[in-house]
Design a protein around this ligand. Structure first.
Ligand code: COA
Length: 189
C-alpha cells in the first residue's frame, strides 16, 4: 500500500500471527520495548484481533505490517498510537522483529514511509516518540528519517536491572514537507 526504497507497509492480518510469534518472545528485541515478558499465542491473537480492526480516528491508533518489498518477508510492525484529532498529533512506534535484520536500513525506510503517511494521508501536524537513551541504533534511524531530539525523560524505564532515561524525539509537518513537499512520494511499488 505504501512503499519505501526497501519496504512495503500493508494492513496487518490475522494470518500474521505465527510470523509475529516467531521472534516476539526474543529478549534481544523486547528489551527495547515497554513489555519484556513472554506473550502467549492467545494473548497475541487477542492483540492482533484489536490491531487488525483499528481505525485511526475511532480508536486513536493504527498498526501496519512491514514487509521487504522485493521478497515479501515479514519484517515487523509499525504504529501510531494516541492519535489526537484535536492536536493533530500521534506517538510513533516500530519493531523490526528478527535481530538478523537490524542495521540493514529497514527501520529508517519504514519510519520515513510512516511519517509520509502521517503528514500526507492522516493530516497530522506533529509526530513524537520516546526511546531508551541507550537505543542509539533507533535514534540514528529516526534522525535519518526526519525526527529531531526534543528532550529527555529521566529514569523513565527500568530494564535489565537498571533505570534508563528516555529520549523524546519529534517531527513537525513543516519539517517533513521541506523534505517531501505535497505531491512527492517516498517510494514506488
Ligand atoms: C530500532 C530499529 C527500528 C532501527 O531499525 P534498523 O533497520 O535496525 O536501523 P537502520 O539500519 O535503518 O539504521 C540504523 C542506524 O544506526 C546506526 N547504529 C547502529 N548501532 C548503533 C550504535 N550502537 N550507536 C550509534 N549508531 C548505531 C547504524 O549504523 C545506522 O546508521 P547509518 O546508516 O548512518 O550507518 C530496529 O533496529 C528495531 O526494531 N530494533 C528492535 C526494537 C526497537 O528498538 N524498537 C524501537 C523502540 S523505540
Amino acid at each position: 500500500m505504501y512503499y519505501g526504497a526497501m519496504v512495503k507497509l500493508r494492513a496487518l492480518e490475522m494470518e500474521d500471527l505465527d510470523l509475529i510469534l516467531k521472534h516476539w518472545n526474543n529478549l534481544e528485541l523486547r528489551q527495547f520495548l515497554a513489555t519484556a515478558w513472554p506473550m502467549s499465542k492467545n494473548a497475541e491473537r487477542k492483540w492482533l484481533e484489536r490491531a487488525t480492526t483499528m481505525d485511526p480516528w475511532r480508536d486513536g491508533g493504527i498498526v501496519l505490517a512491514v514487509e521487504d518489498k522485493k521478497t515479501n518477508e515479514f519484517l515487523g510492525t509499525v504504529s501510531f498510537f494516541d492519535i489526537s484529532k484535536q492536536h493533530q498529533k500521534a506517538e510513533f512506534g516500530i519493531a523490526i522483529h528478527n535481530p538478523e535484520n537490524y542495521g540493514k536500513g529497514y527501520g529508517t525506510d519504514t519510519t520515513r514511509v510512516m511519517l509520509w503517511a502521517a503528514f500526507h494521508i492522516l493530516g497530522l501536524n506533529t509526530v513524537f516518540l520516546i526511546t531508551l537513551e541507550s537505543n542509539k541504533r533507533a535514534q540514528r534511524a529516526y534522525e535519518k528519517a526526519g525526527f529531531k531530539h526534543a528532550g529527555v525523560l529521566r529514569q523513565g524505564a527500568y530494564m535489565l536491572g537498571k533505570f534508563h532515561d528516555f529520549v523524546i524525539m519529534d517531527v513537525t509537518k513543516k519539517d517533513f514537507f521541506e523534505m517531501y513537499p505535497p505531491g512527492t512520494e517516498v517510494g514506488q511499488q
